[in-house]
Ligand binder design. Structure first.
Ligand code: PEP
Ligand code: MN
Length: 365
């Protein structure tokens, strides 16, 4: 359920309403949007009559019941106000959100050694990316495949960050590694295979770094939003949803099937920002540019693209990795389309201050 407060209502009155609600054993969560204050109610609200709440105060404009299993992730919970995930990086603030330029995240599948990660970081930065991606802990189907260099790779990511000022996105697979990963990562990634690792979701929800939540291999949109709900419910409002392709019947000519319709569907259902990963979705570098452009046309807020200085020699996901040259070319093509949709800044660079103040979401008012 959400309560929309009339404009101009005093903080004292909002606090009084919240206090009354707490007496009914429901947790009020206040969201201050640009135009409205909204109080989301989480808990057992099924028995509560909308009129009972309406009668609490003349300053209540509207009471809306959220008829979906995901509450905090639902569009209604913020009264349609899109979440902006504002990430401080050494180069400045980068904002993931519907009313912002498309954010580009690029880099290799795995961090292999210092030279390759720093070189890749410099090249993707020069081409206009704002974030470097690279796995230290790799979820691999085979236990005999390269598993990532772990902790030492995190140190290399920190060096690449220092050399370029790019933000870092890297995956955490195990709750026991979270502190180490979050120390280096500006955004912590939950991989597709861990989308329903609920203890991991609760842990990333209870720490302060933004979370990139990839869609599970066979997850429905509702499964995915329920996983986002775990992170939001644990207190972390900064979640980005990444569509990375789902399993369908054709695995011969494409690794997965990019569900491009997820973009408008998520836009309808949730306030959270959206990312598309055409690399894992297609599995072949030759298809990546087409799908990246398609994702921009469909309204994605960001893209994650695998780039390797020598894809033929990559320790993981070489076939889907672009060379730095191909990536640069794609960035130029994406700039044309991004500008057409007014979602590309001059050089897509981070800003010294957030373009807009981050919208706070305060648990428990
Ligand atoms: C990755 O981004 O490195 C990765 C393993 O992707 P996914 O979890 O989407 O398979
Ligand atoms: Mn990969």
């Amino acid at each position: 359920m959400i309560i929309v407060i009339k404009s101009g209502t005093t903080t004292a009155e909002i606090e009084r309403i919240s206090e009354e609600l707490r007496c009914w054993n429901i947790t009020p969560e206040r969201t201050e949007g640009r135009n409205k204050v909204v109080i989301g109610l989480v808990g057992d609200t099924a028995e509560i009559d909308v009129r009972q709440i309406q009668n609490l105060s003349p300053f209540i404009e509207q009471v809306i019941r959220v008829n979906k299993p995901f509450k905090r992730a639902s569009k209604e919970f913020r009264y349609g106000e899109p979440t902006e995930v504002v990430v401080p990086t050494p180069n400045g603030f980068v904002t993931f959100g519907q009313n912002h330029p498309v954010v580009v995240v690029a880099g290799p599948c795995s961090v292999e050694n210092e030279e390759m990660i720093v070189e890749t970081a410099l090249l993707v930065k020069a081409a206009g990316a704002q974030f470097l991606r690279g796995g230290a802990y790799k979820p691999r189907t085979s236990p005999y495949a390269f598993q990532g260099h772990g902790e030492s790779a995190l140190e290399l990511l920190a060096k690449a960050r220092e050399a370029t000022g790019l933000g870092i996105i890297t995956e955490v697979m195990d709750t026991s590694d979270l502190d180490l990963v979050a120390e280096v990562a500006d955004v912590v990634q939950i991989g597709a295979r861990n989308m329903q690792n609920f203890s991991l979701l609760k842990k990333v929800g209870a720490q302060g770094k933004p979370v990139l939540l990839k869609r599970g291999l066979s997850a429905t949109i509702e499964d995915w939003l329920m996983s986002a709900e775990y992170i939001l419910a644990a207190g972390n409002p900064n979640v980005i949803l990444c569509e990375r392709g789902i399993r369908t019947f054709d695995r011969q000519y494409t690794r997965n099937t990019l569900d491009i319709s997820a973009i408008p569907v998520l836009r309808k259902l949730t306030h959270l920002p959206i990312m598309v990963d055409p690399s894992h979705a297609t599995g072949f570098s030759e298809f990546v540019p087409t799908m990246a452009m398609t994702a921009i046309a469909a309204g994605t807020d960001s893209l994650m693209i695998e780039v390797h200085p020598n894809p033929a020699k990559a320790l993981s996901d070489g076939p889907q990795s672009l060379t730095p040259e191909k990536f640069e070319q794609l960035m130029q093509e994406m700039a044309v389309l991004g500008k057409f949709f007014s979602r590309w800044t001059k050089n897509n660079s981070p800003t010294a201050t957030p373009k807009f103040a981050p919208i706070s979401s305060t648990v428990g008012v």
